[in-house]
Write a protein that binds this ligand. Structure first.
Ligand code: UTP
Length: 478
């Protein structure tokens, strides 16, 4: 049977949509490249592209967020910051029971391109731990394995990749024998791609036989979970609660019983962790309430005076920073990732430098932004959710992303933050570890996620050791 998409039909559809330039070099391609271009073109939803172009390239685009009636979103403070310790304990117990019942899955979004890090490979394969240089995926796999052991139940792991990095990600798991996890409990979900367009709304070719396409954003994870059948798989497995985190953050608590418990006890459809902003103009999204709905307002959409405003206690009024850690109700994913326009997440426009073909058909690396990429953001699901819950997280125990090759949020700052966290755990257990004023120990060492997945786990595990090792440079607690 000939599976080649009908060339003429596809080309005519593109012509009719005023995107015929995609086939400009078609006749000059060899048959394999022609087939590949047609197959790529066949995946494009031209109606969606037309709507995006009209709205974001020709139209007024995104209206700025109206600031009327914007209030800080309430959140559950940590006990050490005034929260109710009994409530945290009740949440921890409820979450632990749900995990033990096999109701909770981990979900890591790893479909991004990681351009800022400039690493040639899926970000999940980037080495991050200070001593043994475990990769991000290995760290998460070991945390999930440890949580599974701790709560006595299988924990399925759903991983969002894109067509660009799926094969390399799966290969890394295969090569490492799934880092000891049962293969049947690891599920790869390939997210959709959207074509990039130039400033006239024309789809860009990155090569003569290749359309420039980029993943549809972390917000695309919800429709990818639905379209791939992962939501159905979750139903079959009895999973109703999904713990969402990003691939670039190795200190995240992949499976946090207290967070899961607050989500379930609050009958929430979508829960979020906040960290208090480190300083007034920190470049994070702010959790806010408007018209009775929770929203995230990006720093770029909030006037500086508002970002820096303080309340009666002298604390930042809008202090709840978003760190992209959530718990989703499965049926909420089914609804917001499904085909109902009223629940669809909006696309946003990002101006990017996109390599393109010039009039002579040569590939050009542009100096400045020459095109537009479309992405959905996961936090746009927040206003659609019933009973959203926000809890406070300690930044030092949950958030240190690897975004840039150097400077802030880089491999170096992340390795230091891991060492600070390990030192803090040991000190909480009564050990003496010398650190500087920022909590950074004088030497690097590591606590394996196989030993403990979080602080509470560490404190319990440490007590069980008969002969405790002395901690020095290069120590790895396994
Ligand atoms: P970022 O916004 O940091 O983007 O993604 P990125 O693509 O990883 O990196 P840059 O901006 O090109 O440097 C935050 C998280 O969302 C995931 C990323 O993999 C990361 O875990 N993501 C992002 C997706 O899964 N899909 C996307 O389309 C975009």
């Amino acid at each position: 049977m000939d599976n080649t998409p009908n060339a003429e039909n596809i080309m005519q559809t593109f012509e009719a949509a005023r995107q015929g330039q995609v086939f400009k070099y078609y006749q000059a391609l060899d048959p394999t490249d022609q087939a590949a271009l047609l197959a790529q073109a066949a995946t494009i939803d031209l109606k969606e592209v037309e709507n995006l172009v009209q709205e974001h390239v020709f139209g007024s685009g995104e209206s700025s967020v109206p600031l009327d009636g914007l209030e800080p979103a309430p959140y559950e403070a940590l006990p050490e910051n005034g929260g109710d310790a009994a409530q945290w304990e009740a949440a921890r117990e409820a979450g632990a029971a749900a995990i033990a019942a096999g109701r909770v899955a981990a979900f890591c979004v790893a479909g991004g391109q990681g351009t800022r890090l400039g690493y040639d490979g899926p970000k999940g394969t980037y080495p991050v731990t200070p001593v043994t240089q475990k990769t991000l995926c290995q760290v998460f796999a070991e945390k999930i394995a440890r949580s599974s052991e701790r709560f006595g139940a299988p924990i399925h792991w759903f991983i969002l990749t894109s067509e660009i990095n799926n094969a390399a990600t799966v290969e890394a798991f295969e090569a490492a024998d799934y880092f000891g996890l049962p293969k049947a409990q690891v599920h790869f979900i390939v997210q959709g791609l959207v074509p990039a367009v130039d400033l006239e709304g024309k789809i860009i070719l990155s090569e003569k036989g290749r359309i420039a396409m980029t993943p549809d954003g972390h917000g695309g994870s919800l429709r990818a979970l639905v379209r791939s059948g992962a939501v159905d798989t979750m139903r079959t497995l009895g999973i109703d609660t999904v713990s969402y985190f990003q691939v670039d953050n190795p200190i995240v608590q992949c499976i946090d019983p207290a967070f899961v418990g607050f989500h379930l006890l609050g009958e929430s459809e979508l829960s979020s962790k906040m960290v208090p902003k480190a300083y007034p103009l920190e470049k994070v999204g702010h959790f806010c309430v408007q018209g009775g709905r929770n929203i995230v307002v990006e720093y770029s959409d909030m006037p500086e005076a508002m970002q820096a405003a303080t309340d009666a206690d002298g604390e930042l009024r809008f202090r709840a920073g978003s760190v992209a850690i959530h718990v989703f109700d499965r049926e909420f994913i089914a609804r917001s990732g499904g085909n109902h326009a009223e629940n669809a997440l909006p696309f946003h426009r990002a101006n990017k430098k996109i390599p393109y073909l010039n009039a002579d058909g040569a590939i050009v690396q542009p100096e400045g932004p020459n095109g537009v990429k479309f992405e959905m953001f996961v936090f746009d699901a927040l206003p659609l959710a019933k009973n959203p819950v926000i809890i406070e997280a300690a930044r030092s125990e949950d958030f240190s992303p690897v975004k840039n090759a150097e400077g802030v949020d880089s491999p170096e700052t992340c390795a230091d933050d891991q060492c600070r966290m390990f030192a803090a755990w040991l000190r909480a257990a009564g050990e003496v570890i010398e650190t500087d004023a920022t909590g950074l120990p004088a030497f690097q060492f590591e606590i394996s996620p196989r030993f403990a997945a979080d602080r509470a786990d560490f404190l319990a595990q440490w007590l069980t050791i008969q002969k405790r090792p002395s901690i020095c440079a290069g120590t790895v607690l396994e």
